[in-house]
Design a protein around this ligand. Structure first.
Ligand SMILES: NC(=O)c1ccc[n+]([C@@H]2O[C@H](COP(=O)([O-])OP(=O)(O)OC[C@H]3O[C@@H](n4cnc5c(N)ncnc54)[C@H](O)[C@@H]3O)[C@@H](O)[C@H]2O)c1
Length: 344
């Protein structure tokens, strides 16, 4: 079988995962890397033995030996690149969020459909074992009808201040809240009909990062259920893990509790302090990349090879973008926001 030629636009922290998986998967050939930071891209290309590096997305997309691309640029820089890739006939795996305006998200979705190309949005928590189990339990009727979800996905101050150079041009709602919105939709099968969101600011602003410290949103769902999502970017830097991730799901006949952040399974205490290590997202299993953040990328390849049906499509990307836009609007106007019923 001929291997699928793949390119990556944006090879920072997360784009690197895409690159490593494509390099390893026997069904793909990692043809080229693109990043505005060509020094970074060059270093990764040398390590992975990739022959083509460019700072220009157009140059990468012009290559006919590339049939599919991953887009892993910052949250605000997905739409133009996705549209350019689709215009060149490439299949697209786009990091979340698909876009930061509903109109742009719809446009990408429409163009992909017109071009007959696969468009996947990388909501990888649909591949995260505790949420996969929760979904199976819900679908089997184990807890009855889901009536309430409380989901908390938060980061320590390290993420917006030192890990991301662009936090001030995004928000905790785009970066973390979009995962929660997608999970709530997936777990319940319902859409968000109305929401009310509040935020607090000051800690990040005092450090020159112009974005909210935390955002809490109450979502009224189309099936009468309710969800509360809580996303914070200022957890204490001395926490053992940079991420906190909990969910509490209440049904008519039972409930599910999820603790999905690195906790006590493996901790390391040494000079750098006390750290809880990730065992779920990205793992090296005796040389083979595994973990839910890898499995979602592998799923994209499965779909391109006709081995799986697409699990997270452009319509899911549009839906999450619409909700996050409404959350940001609700924060701005300090009032509830209705979402019209033209769900994707
Ligand atoms: N870091 C995470 O834990 C994580 C997890 C899941 C998803 N994501 C998503 O992945 C995306 C990337 O996040 P990241 O953490 O890797 O950010 P990053 O800043 O580490 O990497 C982004 C890279 O994109 C490059 N870039 C920016 N604009 C570009 C352009 N026009 N053309 C080519 N390259 C460009 C930058 O130079 C940078 O190297 C975001 O949408 C983020 O929400 C990140």
């Amino acid at each position: 079988m001929e291997r699928i030629g793949v390119g990556i636009i944006g090879v920072g922290l997360f784009g690197e995962n895409h690159a490593r998986l494509y390099r390893q998967d026997p069904r793909t050939k990692l043809v080229g890397l693109c990043d505005l930071n060509t020094v970074r891209a060059d270093a990764l290309a040398r390590e992975l033995g990739v022959g083509f590096v460019t700072g220009s997305a157009e140059e990468l997309l012009a290559r006919e030996d590339i049939q599919a691309v991953s887009i892993a640029t910052p949250d605000f820089a997905h739409t133009g690149l996705a549209l350019a890739a689709l215009a060149r006939g490439k299949h697209v795996l786009c990091e979340k969020p698909l876009a930061t305006s509903a109109a742009e998200a719809r446009q990408v979705c429409r163009v992909a459909a017109e071009a007959g190309r696969t468009l996947m949005v990388d909501f990888h928590n649909r591949f995260n074992p505790p949420f996969l189990q929760a979904k199976a339990q819900i679908d089997e009727g184990e807890i009855g009808r889901v009536r309430f979800i409380h989901m908390r996905l938060s980061d320590t101050l390290y993420v917006p201040t030192r890990m991301l150079s662009w936090a001030g041009r995004s928000s905790v709602a785009w970066f973390l809240g979009s995962h929660c919105v997608d999970l709530v939709r997936w777990l319940t099968g319902a859409e968000v009909a109305r929401l009310y969101a509040r935020s607090t600011s000051g800690v990040l602003a005092r450090r020159g990062i112009d974005t909210a410290d935390l955002i809490v949103a109450t979502l009224d769902l189309s099936d009468g259920g309710v969800a509360v999502i809580e996303n914070c970017w200022i957890l204490g830097d001395n926490a053992p893990s940079v991420v906190e991730f909990q969910a509490h799901i209440v049904g008519t006949e039972g409930h599910i509790n999820i603790s999905a952040a690195p906790s006590q399974m493996i901790t390391v205490s040494a000079d750098e302090g006390h750290r809880a290590l990730d065992v779920l997202a990205v793992q090296n299993t005796h040389g083979r990349l595994t973990g839910f953040a890898i499995e979602s990328i592998r799923h994209f390849v499965d779909v391109l090879c006709g081995e799986a049906r697409l699990l997270v499509d452009g319509r899911d990307g549009v839906a999450a973008t619409r909700v996050i836009c409404a959350i940001e609007e609700s924060v701005r106007v300090a009032s509830p926001v209705e979402l019209t019923v033209d769900w994707p």
